[in-house]
Ligand binder design. Structure first.
Ligand SMILES: *Cc1c(COP(=O)(O)O)cnc(C)c1O
Length: 391
């Protein structure tokens, strides 16, 4: 069975009523026949039929053993770190998602879990950064916002050789673009908020484990600390997954056209998109990804925050907002939004210049999106020329 078919037919028809849409079991508890005798459900924090459909579905999509749904991507990340013990270390990709960085540094550090950061595009650097205390590798690929690519299969080998777990935050690629468990990862985590739910109407997190044993451990923390996804939000996320393949393909198709256009536009300096042959790790991206996704970043030959702000405030279809992966196009200015707390020198090292703009290319017609960017950029450049804005 092909993936498009298996996604839709892995969502069961309701046995009780024949409902083709998954029923929302909006209940906290379940009536028992006798103490401890029930139909597989006793309390919604522990298990809920609507959430279970989503959990089975995401496990299937990632080709893993077990799936779990959380109240947010960060709640899911929190459950994974809780697999560790006091004194253990995480080896994480250096341009990690900001919210994960804050959780590692400001929550888990005080409980004795330390994190080392490494440029995961270099296997040699990854090998050298492992210490005897390293227990968990934490990879994102592509990364935010400069779309760096790590070779997941190679990193999985290093993790195995050092008896470490490998977790891949697969939010940007989605299970349609890339399946880290097939590449050797032990855990996959998603912000379901982004491509998976896909409509900017829900906050959700998902975990998939490669083995049932690891799944049982995650389930323990899911129930013990309680950051579960509600039945209604589970339902919205299932509904999102029904069109995920279609959407992700089209996001990628549109983004490829927008990225190629940007490389030809006057005033644009670097275009970061793994689908461009000019991307430094395009070959690795091609090896491990089926599609390259909808996120593109670019900066300007005049490296001015003012100029970038002028652009992000004047597009018509690209709306100014944080987040990504929804049906409508969004854009943001990382230097003054998502990355504003990072000191300028560190920010520049990561490629996040003052003029960098991140796009989440939506499902509008690519021609309209291109025209929108062309107009906004050329207007801003003309204005800058008039006002003599320079770097
Ligand atoms: C958004 C995001 C998260 C956090 O997810 P929330 O649902 O916002 O908690 C984690 N990782 C990546 C890569 C993200 O983009």
């Amino acid at each position: 069975m092909k993936e498009a078919t298996s996604i839709l037919h892995h969502i069961p028809v309701d046995l009780q009523t024949g409902a083709i849409a998954v029923p929302i079991y909006q209940t906290s508890t379940f009536v028992q026949e006798a103490p401890g005798v029930n139909k597989g459900f006793d309390y919604t924090r522990s298990n809920n039929p609507t959430r279970k459909v989503l959990e089975d579905l995401i496990a299937k999509l990632e080709n893993g053993a077990k799936g779990y749904a959380f109240a947010s991507g960060l709640a899911a990340i929190d459950a994974i770190v809780k697999l560790l013990e006091y004194g253990d270390e995480i080896l994480a990709v250096d341009d990690i998602y900001g919210g994960a960085f804050r959780q590692f540094e400001q929550v888990f550090k005080k409980f004795g879990i330390n994190v080392n950061y490494v440029d995961a595009t270099s296997i040699e650097k990854v090998v050298n950064a492992v210490t005897p205390r390293t227990k968990l590798f934490w990879i994102e690929s592509p990364t935010n916002p400069t779309l760096k690519i790590a070779d997941i299969a190679e990193i999985a080998k290093v993790a195995k050789a050092n008896n470490c777990l490998l977790c891949v935050d697969n939010t940007f690629a989605s299970p349609i673009g890339q399946k880290p468990i097939e590449l050797g990862a032990d855990l996959v985590v998603h912000s379901g908020t982004k491509y998976i739910a896909g409509h900017c109407d829900v906050i959700a997190g998902l975990i998939v484990t490669s083995t049932p044993e690891l799944g049982e451990k995650i389930k323990f923390y899911q129930n013990a600390t309680g950051g579960v996804l509600s039945p209604f939000d589970s339902w919205l996320t299932i509904r999102g997954i029904e069109t995920l393949q279609l959407r992700y393909k089209q996001h990628s198709h549109n983004a490829q056209q927008v990225a190629e256009f940007l490389t030809t536009l006057e005033g644009v300096k670097n275009v970061y998109y793994p689908g461009l042959a000019s991307h430094p790790h395009h070959d690795i991206a091609r090896k491990q990804q089926k599609y390259f996704g909808g996120v593109i970043s670019f900066d300007l030959t005049i490296d001015s925050a003012e100029l970038a702000k002028e652009i992000v405030c004047s597009t018509k279809y690209f709306k100014l907002a944080e987040s990504l992966g929804g049906v409508k196009s969004l854009l943001c200015h990382p230097a003054t939004m998502t990355h504003k707390t990072i000191p300028a020198d560190k920010r520049y090292q990561a490629g996040v210049t003052d003029s960098l703009i991140r796009l989440s290319v939506g499902l509008e017609d690519a021609e309209d999106l291109i025209e929108d960017l062309q107009t906004a950029i050329s207007k801003a450049l003309a204005k800058a020329k008039q006002e003599k804005i320079s770097a």
